[in-house]
Design a protein around this ligand. Structure first.
Ligand SMILES: NC(=O)c1ccc[n+]([C@@H]2O[C@H](COP(=O)([O-])OP(=O)(O)OC[C@H]3O[C@@H](n4cnc5c(N)ncnc54)[C@H](O)[C@@H]3O)[C@@H](O)[C@H]2O)c1
Length: 293
């Protein structure tokens, strides 16, 4: 297949490009920034411009689109820009893909749509959190991602293009296991040493190559599930040295009524849906990549 990847120069996009090329797909990377792996063709384009979005679809005529481009870190830019860019990107990419007859589109969302970390307080409805859990976004980034999911779902209802969204947990790129700073600026070791850092997002994480493998699975098998489905992509364990049953209530007291079931290495986010419907599960964990430190 010819697969067009937006945000192909990014932390996650680079692993997606490599996974798709390794699986035998022809990959075209689109990004405003350089850094797309050399195995892909690359064209710089700002996809907040609908003309540019249509331009890349009509020029390359991809079979599938993987939409990752975004302001990807909460509070890294002004709220106005984050909301405007992320929602505009989602709409433009979905519209241009649907109108030009692209067969499959995968859109990146985020677990932040759930609403943890809200200054006014947040409590889970249950744990582990799955795709049926209520969403309560509270900042420009998380609400932009929920809008992106809704945009994706609206095009799924309106067009013959097949759509899916994924919510990758905190993405850890391969070099970050070796000590490079993660998206939050902390190293993985710091996140393990300081539960107050990783605990805010309920110790969620996923290896970028595992999340890329879910993209690959969706590109290959999306037609086996209804259009418009949403999938969490998370590691099979938590980014923590102790069971979340012990750790989580200390960081987020409102989780206490539900955390007791998170024994052993159980994570707070469930990726069971991707396993059940698509046969995907994360193969890597911090323990396989760093040892039991
Ligand atoms: N990294 C994570 O932990 C994580 C977690 C959940 C969801 N996500 C989502 O996954 C996707 C990829 O995240 P990432 O960590 O690789 O982010 P990143 O910031 O490393 O990469 C995003 C890329 O999008 C590009 N981009 C931004 N605006 C653009 C525009 N107008 N036109 C074209 N390209 C543009 C950027 O130049 C960048 O290379 C994002 O949608 C993000 O919201 C990431």
């Amino acid at each position: 297949m010819r697969v067009l990847v937006t945000g192909s120069s990014g932390r996650f996009g680079r692993s997606v490009v490599v996974a798709l090329v390794d699986a035998g797909h022809e990959v075209i990377g689109i990004d405003t920034a350089a850094g797309t792996p050399a195995q892909a063709s690359f064209l710089p384009a700002d996809l907040t411009d609908l003309g540019e979005a249509f331009g890349v679809m009509t020029r390359f005529r991809p079979d599938a689109v993987v939409h990752l481009a975004a302001v990807a870190t909460p509070f890294s830019r002004t709220d106005n820009l984050t909301f405007r860019v992320n929602t505009q990107l989602a709409f433009n990419v979905c519209e241009a893909a649907a109108m030009t007859g692209v067969s499959k589109v995968v859109v990146a969302s985020s677990p932040t749509v759930i609403g943890y970390g809200a200054p006014g307080g947040w409590a889970p409805s249950y744990l582990p959190i799955d795709e049926d859990h209520p969403t309560e976004p509270w900042n420009a980034y998380s609400v932009s991602k929920l809008v992106a999911e809704q945009v994706m779902a609206s095009f799924a209802r309106a067009s013959t293009t097949h759509f899916a969204a994924m919510r990758p947990c905190f993405v850890v790129a391969p070099e970050e296991w070796e000590g490079a700073p993660t998206q939050s600026g902390h190293t993985i070791r710091e996140r393990l040493d300081r539960p107050d850092i990783a605990g805010v997002s309920l110790f969620n994480y996923v290896d970028a190559r595992d999340a890329a493998d879910l993209v690959l699975t969706l590109v290959d098998r999306m037609h086996e599930v209804p259009s418009g489905e949403v999938f969490f992509a998370g590691a099979a364990d938590a980014l923590a040295r102790e069971p979340l049953a012990d750790l989580l209530p200390g960081v987020i007291p409102s989780t206490a009524p539900y955390a007791a079931g998170l024994t052993g290495t159980s994570p707070a986010f469930s990726a069971a849906k991707a396993g059940r419907l698509l046969g995907w599960q994360a193969k890597r964990s911090w323990r396989t990549e760093m040892g039991d430190i």
